[in-house]
Write a protein that binds this ligand. Structure first.
Ligand code: F6R
Length: 647
């Protein structure tokens, strides 16, 4: 990566931002800092007051603090904590309450006295909330104020639950949650409809009074909002931007979350850079996109006028640069994602030989595969490769109750009509139906309910796979144990999970593996599955087949790879795109349970279509052929995750 931490590179940043290769490194550094702070204050006979956040972001930090306690015998007896927020209406016993989250993720594992812990009370009657919020603030003041406040950031730019519109002076109070925030929490609550509408949160003003603030952000989903908070204007439409006013604030981000900062996105604007081939490609594509001109029409004058004179002088003229990058992009396009047999493959993304290839698509949950590479999958099959789709997890946590109730009702109906037929499954259906009758929307699913939900997802995956041309033997379900035993944000993968992946890999000995590239959030199912694959590959060590195996990453999050990152672009014809949409459509349980009313809430297939067509449009604008849609991939290279990679 071209970024440096030099002052020059950071000139656009109004908040000190440190970029780490991965979140684990950032968490271990910050945990050490917190331990040192607490120890040095304790030596002076002073307690330490920490402001804490929940969500996926700080979990790695909490694990490190627990490690300090367990392994280094660090004590937290003199630490007081104030949590930022709590859902309104949820008691601490509720699995999704922040009180429960904090107990499970931190407090139960360290020696902090329970009366040192403060979390807003979500169970108060409304008329008592105002006074309780005041008392919360007073208690912070009584304890001498917050020494260090940990924050995450929501995609709306919220800190705590201070959604857009929250003022810089806002205090601890009852707020209503933004629809995007509720959508992001939908998985935790097994459906958006179950997500509380209100929360109690510390105010922006309360947060700004902490002596030190550290905001953490991981993953590309946060890249845009991080850049706006760090480099944009201060505005209440992005409450995190108010942090620019704090005298002692830092952002710690991983590489994925730093992607939109000027020093990463346009490093040449921040000073002298080393023009690597990758950076040249990035700069030329950026210029063409900024001017909305095809690459081959860029002129020397345009390079000069846009701060790229040095590039044009050292690697130009424009004509040469244009041709070079145009060719590179052109060579990413291939209709043969498994390699084209008997063709010159010197400038193709995949090798011609061996043919056919054994290809594995490792899909963390069913739907990831069709969503991100449905067209490529169909092509691989159609072109004669031996494709196996391996679904790592059952995905049962993502099935809304009404879908499962309909399924068991159907089984019961079939039984009624079939007389003395299949007993076992109808017994299960009846049991599950009883369990549903007793279950409230906030309760966790029983093992039986999860089994039925898992079966629903398997059936959907088979239907979608068949549309992509797969036969049923080519579809495997691993039902990895970490998922079956866990819940979102609380999964605990083990070596057994990695071994199960290693076993399939070693059985199939693939020439290609396709897997999600969305692994920056180490708690997400995608992140966990990616890291399990990584462990599985490491455990397989020097297997000869591994030396000849390419790993292709599809993006697997809300946007595509950046145009300059793409290493394989697979065009889809209108017919192939329609087929892919039909495949996505088979995943009925993953469709929104209510009709979509605004463009902001698009169906999954619409999002996929929009992303794939936008990539095609972009290629076309850059001067490349006009396709209906394009799916893209990047090869996994060593160090790309900050951990061991392959290439
Ligand atoms: C949680 C909180 C929120 C989260 C933010 C990011 O206490 O205050 O502001 O920090 O929503 O959530 P994650 O970490 O789950 O991406």
């Amino acid at each position: 990566m071209a970024a440096t931490n030099s002052v020059e590179a950071e000139q656009f940043e109004r908040i000190k931002t440190r970029i780490y290769p991965n979140s684990s490194l950032a968490c271990s550094e910050l945990a050490r800092e917190i331990v040192e702070l607490a120890q040095s204050r304790a030596r002076r006979g002073k307690p330490t007051v920490l402001g804490l956040a929940t969500g996926s972001t700080p979990v790695g930090l909490y694990r490190e603090l627990i490690r300090w306690h367990r392994e280094e015998k660090v004590s937290f007896r003199e630490v007081y904590t104030f949590n930022l927020d709590e859902y309104f209406g949820l008691p601490p016993s509720h699995a999704q309450s922040y009180a429960c989250f904090m107990q499970e993720q931190l407090f139960l594992h360290i020696d902090i006295p329970s009366d040192h812990i403060h979390i807003p009370d979500g169970t108060l009657p409304r008329q008592k909330v105002f006074d309780a919020c005041k008392r919360y603030e007073n208690r912070i003041v009584e304890l001498g104020g917050i020494d260090l406040q940990i924050l995450g950031i929501g995609r709306t730019g919220h800190i705590g639950f201070n959604e857009p519109g929250s003022g810089a002076e806002s205090r601890t109070r009852l707020v209503s949650l933004d629809s995007l925030t509720r959508r992001d929490a939908a998985r935790d609550f097994l459906g958006e409809n179950n997500v509380p509408r209100y929360a109690i949160t510390m105010g922006v003003g309360t947060i700004l009074e902490a002596r030190q603030v550290v905001l953490l952000a991981w993953g590309n989903a946060k890249a845009q909002v991080v850049a706006r908070a760090v480099e944009g204007e201060i505005t209440d439409s992005l409450p995190a931007s108010f942090l620019q006013r704090h005298p002692n604030v830092r952002f710690l981000v991983d590489e994925a979350a730093s992607a939109d900062l000027t020093r990463i996105r346009h490093p040449w604007k921040t000073g002298e850079v080393v023009w690597t081939p990758a950076l040249i490609r990035q700069a030329v594509v950026w210029l063409a996109e900024a001017l909305r001109k095809p690459i081959l029409k860029l002129t020397d004058a345009e390079y000069n006028e846009h701060g790229m004179a040095e590039l044009a002088t050292s690697h130009g003229p424009a004509y040469d640069l244009n041709i070079r990058v145009f060719n590179e992009l052109q060579h990413t396009i291939t209709g043969w994602p498994g390699g084209k047999p008997n063709a010159d493959d010197s400038v193709r993304p995949e090798r011609a030989k061996p043919f056919p290839k054994r290809s594995i698509v490792l899909s963390p949950e069913s739907l990831d595969d069709v969503l991100w590479m449905g067209g490529t999958l169909s092509r691989l099959v159609q072109q004669g490769n031996e494709v196996t789709v391996v679904y790592a997890t059952s995905g049962n946590l993502a099935v809304p109750d009404p879908q499962a109730i309909r399924a068991v009702d159907l089984v019961l109906e079939i039984e009624k009509n079939a007389g003395e037929g299949a007993r076992g499954f109808t017994q299960l259906a009846r049991k599950v139906k009883d369990q549903f009758l007793k279950k409230s929307p906030f309760d966790s699913d029983s093992a039986d309910i999860r089994r039925v939900k898992g079966l629903i997802r398997q059936e959907e995956a088979r239907a979608a796979g068949q549309i992509c041309g797969l036969n049923l033997e080519s579809i495997r379900f691993l039902n990895l144990p970490f998922y079956e035993a866990g819940h979102y944000r609380k999964f605990q993968p083990t070596a057994q999970d990695a071994d199960l992946i290693a076993e399939v890999l070693d059985e199939i000995r693939p020439h290609q593996i396709f897997v999600t590239g969305s692994h920056a959030d180490p708690l997400s199912v995608q992140g966990i599955c990616f890291h399990l694959l990584e462990r599985a590959l490491l455990s397989l060590g020097a297997r000869p087949w591994l030396r000849d195996c390419y790993v292709w990453l599809y993006r697997g999050s809300e946007s595509e790879w950046q145009s300059w990152e793409i290493e394989m672009a697979v065009p889809l014809s209108p017919g192939e795109l329609a087929k892919k949409i039909q495949g996505i459509y088979q995943h009925q349980s993953q469709r929104s349970q209510t009709p979509m009313v605004s463009d902001k809430h698009r169906e999954t297939w619409q999002q996929a279509e929009a992303i794939n067509s936008a990539t095609a449009d972009l290629y076309n604008r850059l001067g490349l052929p006009e396709y209906a849609a394009i799916e893209t991939f990047k090869r996994w290279s060593p160090g790309a995750t900050g951990e061991a990679g392959l290439k």
